[in-house]
Design a protein around this ligand. Structure first.
Ligand code: TXE
Length: 484
């Protein structure tokens, strides 16, 4: 089978890596190499940063409306190519095609259309200090932005950074994950089709320690927007901080899903199926620690296990598949190692807990059953560390104080879900739980105008809406005394 060779997108052209070397790109559902990606390094990043720096003055001086038109054109093209992009996303990541078609690609489209309009309404402040004196704040683009994204929601998170950076008037050097490069490559072609000026967006493929590191270190790249693992985020911060770069770090999570006796049972159950196993559990917002109040614990546990037992794990191209393949061999083994750890720590596997062997072309694919584990202490490693797979723990609780302590007991603070019909309890818990995002009687219900990000080890800074436009602009305060 001839392997598709993808290219970097630098200065408006598709170009080979200067080293001429390529990395294998695997299809998770078959375990086979299906394409090759540039193994880019510092030299390629230097070319990209040079192009971005040269393109910045003109792009930054365009009006918001002019930049808005380019972003809207990209959004329209993503919509036009939705099916192609969804199939590419699924083949690269292992997720079901229907999920990419319903979530990933529409969100990538909406990221561009949202910021295409947001920038036209982005305002700044002025203050009438006293007679004869005003202060006003200029919010100007900074220059070249570095955007580095992960493999779990490839185009969704890639565009979540690129769209506001471009809308605000910066130019960009972006690196998708080397594990899922395909839709970023197809985005390059879209940018060429809409006539995005050369150098405004540059996409460099390659490994984090090479191309990624070169982006973080490059002196002309003034801000870094990163989504990925907490460890990598800490490394990037240690390198970028002494260079005084602006940093937005969206990192891991170990999110509590808290279900009270008085919840809307069916809605809580149906949503918990999604928040536990959607995208094979590979979403930083998934609720991987499930706490159910004693009064309904046995009833909920039974219903949850029964529904999970019936989940279909299979061919991502089959619309009946509720879960597809795990993104890589390495991640597949990491998840299985955590299931083994959970058993060592005294957990009982209520369902799942093993790899799934499919037949035919998927016999070498990386599939794992959705797994529910009971009987663990909230302080054990399984309940403290991010597994980032279709593995959840479940345990009972009695009081608000008890479950709040459980919820806040990890180093993470990204998202939490609460299920209760009691209004005052909902607000009380939302105030107490240490998470940057709290969903009450819902999950993953997003309003793009809201700040997005976590506390503690889940990251620094916020993306989304005005926060993203503020991150990608530099406020300058001007004070003028015009008194006689
Ligand atoms: O992330 P990495 P990975 C978590 C999840 C997962 C773990 C590792 O627990 O198991 O992170 O996943 C680039 N300088 N999340 O390996 O390594 C890398 O090339 C610059 C949660 O995917 O952090 C890729 O483009 N860049 C997360 C990106 O960083 C570097 C979603 C992410 O890779 C680099 C994904 C370096 N030194 C994983 N090292 C979430 N919060 O959504 C790597 N990269």
């Amino acid at each position: 089978m001839t392997k598709v060779k993808i290219a970097n997108y630098i200065n408006g052209k598709l170009v080979e890596p200067l080293s001429g070397s390529y990395l294998d790109n695997y299809e998770p559902a078959t375990g086979r190499v299906y394409s090759l990606i540039p193994d880019s390094g510092e030299a390629d990043v230097n070319l990209a940063a040079k192009a971005a720096k040269a393109a910045f003055p003109l792009w930054g001086e365009l009006s918001a409306n002019q930049r808005s038109k380019y972003l809207s054109a990209i959004s329209d093209k993503i919509n036009e190519k939705l099916e192609i992009l969804a199939e590419a996303e699924s083949r690269d990541n292992g997720k079901p095609v229907w999920l990419a078609r319903e979530v990933d690609i529409p969100r990538a489209r909406d990221n561009f259309s949202f910021f295409a309009t947001a920038i036209r309404h982005f305002d700044s402040e002025s203050h009438y200090t006293r007679k004869g004196v005003i202060n006003y704040t200029l919010r100007k683009p900074i220059g070249v932005a570095g955007c580095i994204s992960p493999w779990n929601l490839p185009l969704y998170l890639f565009t979540w950074k690129i769209a506001p950076a471009l809308a605000a008037g910066n130019t960009v050097v972006a690196k998708p994950s080397e594990v899922t490069p395909m839709t970023a490559y197809l985005l390059s072609e879209i940018c060429m089709e809409v006539g995005l000026p050369a150098g405004v967006l540059n996409i460099v493929h390659g490994l984090g320690r090479d191309a990624g590191n070169a982006i973080v270190l490059h002196e002309d790249i003034k801000m870094i927007s990163f989504t990925g693992g907490t460890e990598t985020g800490a490394h990037i911060a240690s390198v970028a901080a002494p260079m005084f770069k602006k940093l937005s770090l969206e990192l891991g999570g170990k999110n509590p899903n808290i279900i009270f006796d008085d919840c809307n049972f069916e809605k809580a159950l149906e949503t918990t199926m999604r928040s536990s196993f959607r995208n094979q559990g590979q979403i930083c917002l998934c609720g991987s620690r499930i706490y159910v109040q004693k009064g309904i614990y046995e009833k909920f546990k039974k219903a949850f296990v029964d529904r999970t037992d019936r989940m279909i794990v299979g061919n991502p191209k089959d619309d009946r598949s509720e879960m597809g393949a795990i993104v890589s061999q390495q991640h597949f083994e990491k998840i299985l190692s955590y299931i083994a750890l959970a058993k060592e720590e005294g957990g009982t596997v209520l369902t799942g807990g093993q790899a799934v062997k499919l037949d035919g072309e998927h016999s070498e694919g990386w599939f794992i059953r959705p797994t529910i584990i009971e009987g663990l202490d909230s302080s054990c490693r399984t309940n403290q560390e991010e597994i980032f797979g279709p593995v959840v723990t479940i345990q009972p609780f009695e009081t608000e104080e008890e479950v709040t302590a459980y919820a806040n007991s990890t180093g993470y603070g990204l998202a939490a879900t609460l299920w209760t019909e009691n209004l005052t309890r909902a607000h009380r818990m939302a105030d107490q739980v240490q998470s940057g995002i709290i969903w009450i009687n819902c999950w993953l219900l997003r309003d793009l105008r809201t700040p997005f990000g976590g506390m503690k080890n889940s990251g620094v800074g916020r993306e989304g809406g005005w926060e993203a436009l503020r991150f990608f602009t530099e406020p300058k305060n001007v004070c003028i005394d015009y008194s006689e």
